[in-house]
Design a protein around this ligand. Structure first.
Ligand SMILES: *Cc1c(COP(=O)(O)O)cnc(C)c1O
Length: 377
């Protein structure tokens, strides 16, 4: 699905130098690389505070811990997302309220959120799924009206630009009260292990989250709140410092792969190419098609037989996961989410896609559908 070796090969000398420097300095924890990367990312995102941490799941957990929520408070979360988004809500003894997503963009909307708000709702976690920002301005308006906090799960859309009605552009993840991301190796900005970060423009929240991520201490050995130990290590920060310089290039490489897929598949009736959010650029963490008429699994088998990797993100709605049984009423079901889980398939997309590799993928997909229409005739 991704080519991390090819990507490393292109920047090997820079990465090797940065990692070696870090090892030779032995400043493995909180070395200067961490602070430098934090500052570089703040500048790239145009956000006041970046708080590096150990992974994207911790980032979400620390964000929620900073919001002064109480047991049983409701947090709205899409049902069509990676488990981490809802997992931390349940872990903190909050109530995940799983909602539908838009059938075309795979993202939640202000309308969906507003219809799920109750007097117990305290926060919402919009997920910028597959690489484009949810329509954040209407979401922020709903949140303001109801006095709820917004934590953007930006693990899949770092680098994406969100355009506001007034013509200004902001980076995905910097619009809500807090944004989070993951530097898991296959993410758009991936390190060579685990890593994550939290963003905010709120000085008070930033200080609190920094403290929570560091054992609840602002001053060494003086612990004001129960926190966690969640750090980005210096070697990962050094790697990310190099890769951040290439992020825009990586995003446009992914976009041109997506454009080629779009053009190749536009006239296959049984396929729906990914819809674009009106106000966001797409950085294509995933290129996700929808396959109608119950043909999704058939297409995947066909691709497997031709050595074309593909993945189903996500095969099971969160509310059907055993882990959330206690959090969800019996028989709970959301029709769009169910439909998407049965229809989606993601094709390889990455920064190193060779033209002939993509042609083989495209040919294999087309073959499946032309074979089908022939047998139907
Ligand atoms: C990857 C991902 C996470 C979690 O990131 P980790 O670094 O693996 O903990 C959370 N949310 C979404 C949407 C993700 O894709």
């Amino acid at each position: 699905m991704v080519d991390l070796k090819g990507q490393y090969a292109r920047i090997k000398s820079e990465i090797d130098r940065a990692v070696l420097e870090c090892i030779e300095s032995t400043a493995f924890i909180n070395g200067p690389q961490v602070h430098k990367f934090q500052k570089d990312l703040e500048q790239y995102l145009g956000v006041r505070h970046v708080i590096p941490c150990a992974n994207g799941t911790d980032a979400l957990q620390i964000a929620l811990m900073a919001l002064n929520l109480n047991e049983g408070d409701e947090v709205i979360v899409p049902s069509f997302t990676y488990v981490a988004t809802a997992e931390v809500i349940a872990l903190l003894k909050l109530k995940p309220v799983m909602v539908e997503v838009d059938e075309h963009t795979f993202n939640i909307t202000a309308e969906i959120i507003e219809s799920a708000i109750t007097p117990r709702t305290k926060a919402v976690v919009p997920v910028h799924l597959f690489g484009q920002s949810c329509d954040m301005e209407p979401i922020m308006a709903v949140a303001k009206r109801h006095g709820i906090s917004v934590v953007e799960d930006n693990a899949q859309a770092i680098g994406s630009d969100y355009g506001s009605a007034d013509g200004t552009t902001r980076k995905a993840g910097t619009i809500g009260h807090i944004g989070t991301t993951s530097f898991f190796p296959s993410k758009n900005l991936g390190c060579y292990g685990d890593g994550g970060a939290i963003f905010t423009n709120d000085d008070e929240l930033a200080a609190k989250m920094r403290m929570i991520a560091n054992h609840g201490q602002a001053k060494k050995y003086y612990h004001s709140v129960i926190g966690v130990n969640s750090r980005l290590d210096s070697i990962q920060a050094a790697i990310l410092g190099v890769k951040l310089q290439y992020l825009d290039e990586y995003c446009s490489a992914r976009r041109s792969v997506a454009d080629k897929y779009d053009a190749a598949f536009s006239n296959i009736d049984e396929l729906q190419t990914p819809a674009r959010e009106l106000n966001s650029t797409h950085v294509f963490h995933q290129y996700t098609l929808r396959v109608g008429d119950g043909n999704r699994n058939g297409l995947q088998e066909h691709l497997n037989a031709r050595n074309v990797p593909s993945m189903i993100y996500y095969p099971v709605p969160l509310y059907k996961q055993e882990a959330f049984a206690a959090a969800v009423p019996d028989g709970f079901s959301l029709p769009v989410t169910e439909k998407l889980c049965n229809e989606v398939i993601s094709l390889p997309i990455h920064t190193e896609m060779a033209a002939e590799t993509q042609e083989h993928i495209i040919r294999s997909v087309k073959e499946f559908f032309s074979g089908r229409s022939q047998t139907a005739q």
